[in-house]
Design a protein around this ligand. Structure first.
Ligand code: SAH
Length: 465
């Protein structure tokens, strides 16, 4: 196959960033803007030894799963890469991706993986789900402020006023800020020169508390706009049944791609909002990590709780514990929970959250789980034993040293929460060698319209191993 060849291809699969994949003479071809089930005439734009890239010329036959994306800029914005796929088909695609990874990489026959699958938990309404949004502010070609999202893999800003996966209040916030900036001739930040003032708008909404937080990231020490905008922001909040609880400035004067600087100055209200998951309350400030889809997070944690099957007498380890969300969710049902997390601020947040919720049977350790766990366990095997181990690692999965220690501790059950099915499959293969068996699993769709999928797996220890 050569560049500029025009060929017909049937799309069979989809990549992480939402490109369709088809095959021509056994060679994989990636075609943007296509989905499984499409048949398309394409032009080859790049040809390599083992794969090629094509551009769609004409759709010959549309996939039955193709829908009109409910956002005008879904193609240019890098966020919702599979919005053109019907939601039911998105869920099916994600579930199959997990099945495939657990079977292929975990070394379990596919029919067995399917039998153990409790399905995928999707959203009833897969829109307006994100509680956190970060909108870059820049200039359009006429020098006017533009607020929206970076176009896929670039730093040019696509103007967006109504993002379908965020809270609808954002549209009003963006409009108010833009109007204010035009009226007062406020300079947006220019990434190339490093000049200009306003860089980003960060919004966070407590879905269960109806509280709103707005932070302006600025390349300077102060901006009157933040105070002047309080009234219009309050009005916008009210319209959606929210109350504006916090407005702040975040200082970022570095020429960097990093969105947030380390310093925040509260200009109105509190320095944080509150949110609840189940019956646990959390304080969220502009810099804290918090799960972005609260509705699905609760479903995920409930599954973790169910798989943990706690009776009140168990010792639980929550490894990769973040701000302690899973630990605190489980603590009320367990004898004791130990959390381990590498980021110092997150550990402080976890401890504060425990105090706020009057939870006294949870301790948090700071450091790499693969170092802390073996250290503590070898120090005092009785104190630091585990009935249940929960892991919720980042995409790269668990460190082998950590899994080896968990195996040595011989917990009755392990609950693996994964955000990457490939590393999940790899870790399952290792845990099988160490005497654990997959009992059941469920996927949860935390990020509709993107390719991401979360999975909760219950593994139990096989006696005698
Ligand atoms: N369970 C939490 C957070 C999971 S995200 C929640 O549901 O909110 C994964 C977490 O692992 C992040 O907070 C990250 O900082 C932490 N992490 C990454 N590498 C780690 C390591 N080696 N040891 C401990 N924590 C780690």
């Amino acid at each position: 196959m050569e560049k500029n060849d025009v060929v017909t291809v049937k799309i069979e699969d989809i990549t992480e960033d939402g490109s369709g994949i088809g095959h021509i003479n056994g060679l994989a071809v990636f075609v943007k803007d296509t989905i499984p089930g499409d048949e398309a005439e394409i032009k080859i734009i790049k040809s390599k030894k083992h794969y090629a890239f094509g551009k769609i010329v004409k759709l010959i036959e549309e996939s039955p799963d193709r829908v009109e994306p409910s956002c005008e800029v879904s193609r240019s914005c890098g966020g919702c890469t599979i919005m053109q796929l019907a939601y039911a088909a998105q869920l099916e695609y994600k579930k199959n991706k997990v099945i495939n990874c657990i079977a292929r990489l975990g070394g379990i026959p596919e029919n067995e993986v399917r039998q153990k699958c409790e399905g995928i938990d999707g959203m009833d309404v897969p829109f307006d789900y994100r509680n956190k949004m970060q909108f870059p502010v820049g200039k359009d070609k006429y020098g006017k402020p533009v607020i929206g999202f970076y176009a896929g893999r670039t730093h040019s800003i696509v103007p967006v006023s109504d993002c379908r996966i965020g809270h609808p209040v954002n549209a009003e916030i963006i409009t108010s800020v833009r109007e204010y900036m035009i009226k007062h001739k406020t300079e947006p930040y220019d990434e190339v020169s490093g000049r200009g003032l306003v860089r980003h708008i960060l919004t966070r909404v407590g879905f269960h508390t109806n509280q709103l937080l707005v932070t302006f990231v600025i390349n300077g020490m102060d901006w009157d706009g933040a105070k002047d905008l309080v009234k219009p922001l309050q009005k916008a909040a009210q319209k959606y049944g929210l109350s504006l609880v916090s407005v702040s400035l975040n200082i970022n004067m570095d020429k960097t791609n990093r969105i947030l600087g380390n310093k925040c100055i509260t200009v109105f209200g509190d320095n944080h909002i509150e949110e609840t998951i189940g019956n646990v309350k959390f304080n969220i400030s502009p810099l804290s990590f918090f799960q972005v889809n609260p509705v699905q997070t609760e479903k995920l944690y409930k599954k973790v709780l169910e798989y943990s099957a706690l009776t009140g007498s168990e010792k639980v380890w929550d490894l990769y514990s973040g701000i302690g969300t899973i630990s605190l969710f489980l603590a009320r049902e367990a004898e004791h929970v130990y959390g381990v997390e590498i980021i110092s601020d997150a550990v402080s947040n976890a401890k504060e959250n425990a105090v706020e919720n009057k939870i006294v049977n949870a301790d948090f350790f700071e450091g790499a789980a693969e170092e802390i766990l073996p250290e503590l366990y070898n120090e005092n095997k009785e104190k630091y034993m585990a009935d249940i181990v929960v892991v919720d690692p980042p995409r790269k999965g668990c460190d082998e040293k950590l899994l080896a220690t968990i195996a040595e501790m011989q917990p009755e059950r392990m609950v693996y929460v994964s955000c990457d099915p490939a590393t999940l499959g790899r870790d399952i293969a290792y845990l099988k060698l160490k005497g654990f068996e997959v009992e059941k699993w469920k996927a949860v769709d935390m990020f509709p319209h993107t390719c991401h999928v979360e999975t909760v797996v219950l593994m139990s220890r096989v006696e005698g191993k």
